[in-house]
Design a protein around this ligand. Structure first.
Ligand code: HEC
Length: 182
């Protein structure tokens, strides 16, 4: 028992020496965020990063990575997008693969691996009326429009997927449709 007490005291002394050895040196910080403010100062003109955090974007500017979508969620604009809109991306094998990946995350549960409308949610009868892509007269533009705004029971996926990813999915859906029509 005595041995343990001695041992504990020695440890305590050692810990004190180590932790207070040099007051001028920065000690080890367990969670730095708790000591050093995160560089967003809500009321400051500019935060520590030099980036304004509370200023409104200048009129007419677009946040990096965002591409505005000018077609409204109406039947007329669906038809417009369907006839005029086409993919701005280079459509190669790489973008097709990326499209497949995103499709598998966001669309496959309803539309199925082949795009025949036989996804898990369809099989489980959680969703009815999921079409096979081959039965719909769809174009690049209409597919993009439906990803942006949804259609009837299908919700919008605009907020989950970036501009480029949407077009990659469009390419992949086009491929699935072509395969189904063969
Ligand atoms: C929760 C189930 C569900 C998910 C997830 C889903 N869809 Fe749909 N989708 C539907 C339903 C239901 C319809 C039929 C809508 C209608 O015409 O009434 C549909 C229709 C479509 C159509 C045909 C629209 C037309 O113009 O006729 C396309 C294209 C489509 N979806 C693409 C996608 C893509 C791409 C994704 C993934 C980003 C996706 N869907 C995710 C349920 C879903």
């Amino acid at each position: 028992m005595k041995k343990y007490i001695k041992y504990n005291i020695a440890l305590l002394v050692l810990a004190t020496i180590v932790s207070c050895s040099d007051k001028r040196e920065r000690q080890y910080q367990y969670m730095p965020d708790m000591y050093v403010a995160v560089p967003y100062e809500a009321d400051a003109e500019k935060g520590a990063t030099g980036v304004s955090s509370n200023l409104k974007p200048v009129n007419g500017t677009i946040a990096r990575g965002n591409v505005p979508y000018e077609y409204a969620d109406t039947n007329a604009d669906y038809e417009k997008a369907k006839s005029e809109l086409s993919s701005p991306l280079v459509q190669d094998e790489v973008s097709l693969e990326k499209g497949k990946k995103m499709y598998t995350i966001y669309c496959v549960s309803c539309h199925g691996k082949k795009g025949d409308g036989n996804g898990y949610l369809s099989q489980a009868e959680k969703f009815i009326g999921i079409p096979s892509y081959k039965d719909r007269d769809i174009t690049e533009g209409s597919i993009y429009h439906v990803i942006m705004h949804g259609k009837n029971l299908m919700g919008s996926h605009a907020s989950q997927i970036t501009h480029d990813e949407r077009w990659q999915i469009v390419q992949y859906v086009g491929k699935l449709r072509n395969d189904l029509l063969k």
